[in-house]
Design a protein around this ligand. Structure first.
Ligand code: NAD
Ligand code: UD1
Length: 316
């Protein structure tokens, strides 16, 4: 079946892996819409059925141009400022992208003549906040504590309300902590395992580098390999049962940051130099998922943390 699929944020870390997987179906055309703020063109495979359009999701003009140029069967909305701590530093700027950008896309999706088969929204475990009951299920208390988490939850509510109010087909994915090749380590706000990986490479090259731990290193996360996230996203796009539903996508495993550093040391046969700093404001201490709900759709994570890290190391 010939489908036109929009991936916003498709030049970024998770988006580019999704694009690669979707483009394997040769009859599909994938449109990547991205402003290249943290993503880059090199992330996108050069293939005839992948087209790139540069634009901002938070610009009504750019999104209008996108929907004048194409008519979509599926929309995966991943473009966002992905850093929790950047949202604490820049709440207004991140709100414009993470919240306004979602509403622009929803507005144009509902106005599109052809009915969208599914609008899948990339939300986050950050919506759960610090309430201590674990693991987080989709019915756990929602209490986001940062602008990032608040905008993700408000966006989720917009997304599901567009189903109730206007009949748009939607699904919401709450990713836990994603890692893997192409995660950009360039900023202090980057995902922790991309920074840790870069530090280990610098040390191996004989450069002076130290991994900065914020807090005591005992914070716990559910680190999920990017290919498992892609598996979950494609299921949410295809399965009718996901309509207007919300799902955690994670590994179902939990690890402290200190455990992960020890795993790197074993895998790479080296010592990682570390320094301890103040905990970041808005940082969540314990976050891990129940994945029972998405398993009912057929999801099965394929990577344990050591399998995922090994594949990551092989593909840097
Ligand atoms: P990323 O920064 O690599 O990807 C985001 C992409 O969006 C980039 O290519 C960037 O250039 C683009 N972008 C940013 N602002 C834009 C704008 N205004 N207009 C158009 N494009 C814009 O980050 P990622 O880790 O791949 O995150 C992808 C999505 O997944 C985000 O919505 C993020 O909030 C969500 N998420 C990520 C994680 C994680 O652990 N990485 C966890 C939960 C949720
Ligand atoms: C991450 C994602 C966010 C997602 C959320 C879901 C990124 C940049 N952030 O946020 O998009 O919604 O998971 O759970 O991908 N840390 C250090 N040293 C560093 C960097 C980080 O100690 O150099 C610590 C942080 O303080 C935090 C943990 O590592 O305790 C994880 O940090 P980070 O990768 O930024 O992820 P989250 O804030 O969990």
């Amino acid at each position: 079946m010939k489908n036109t699929i929009l991936v916003t944020g498709g030049a970024g870390f998770i988006g580019s892996h999704l694009v690669e997987a979707l483009a394997k179906e040769e009859s599909s055309t994938i449109i990547v819409f991205d402003n290249l703020s943290t993503g880059c063109l090199e992330n996108i495979p050069s293939q005839e059925n992948i087209l790139f359009m540069k634009g901002n999701v938070d610009s009504e003009v750019d999104v209008a141009h996108l929907f004048r140029s194409f008519s979509f069967d599926y929309i995966y909305h991943l473009a966002a400022v992905a850093s929790v701590s950047e949202s604490v530093q820049q709440p207004l700027a991140t709100h414009r992208v993470n919240m306004d950008g979602t509403i622009y896309l929803l507005e144009f999706a509902r106005a599109q003549e052809k009915k969208v088969r599914k609008f899948v929204f990339a939300s986050s475990a950050a919506v759960y906040g610090v309430e201590p009951t674990l693991p987080k299920t989709e019915n756990s208390l929602i209490d986001p504590i940062t602008p990032y988490g608040i905008d993700k939850y408000a966006s989720e509510k917009y997304v599901t309300s567009y189903s109730n109010l206007y009949g748009l087909n939607v699904a919401v994915a709450r990713f836990f902590n994603v890692y893997g090749p192409r995660q950009n380590p360039a900023s202090p706000y980057s995902g922790v395992l991309s920074i840790l990986t870069e530090v280990t490479q610098q040390v191996n090259r004989g450069e002076a580098a130290v991994f900065q731990i914020f807090g005591d290193g005992e914070q716990v996360r559910d680190f999920v390999f990017v290919e498992d996230i892609v598996q979950g996203l494609i299921l949410l796009g295809r399965k009718v049962e996901s309509q207007a539903n919300t799902y955690n996508i994670a590994s179902g495993e939990k690890h402290s940051l200190r455990d992960i550093i020890a795993t790197y040391e074993t895998l790479l046969d080296m010592m990682v130099p570390v320094a301890y700093n103040e905990k970041r404001p808005g940082d969540i201490k314990y976050s891990y998922a129940s994945i029972e709900k998405i398993k009912k759709l057929g999801y099965q994570p394929k990577f344990s943390i050591s399998q995922g890290l090994e594949k990551y190391m092989e593909n840097i």
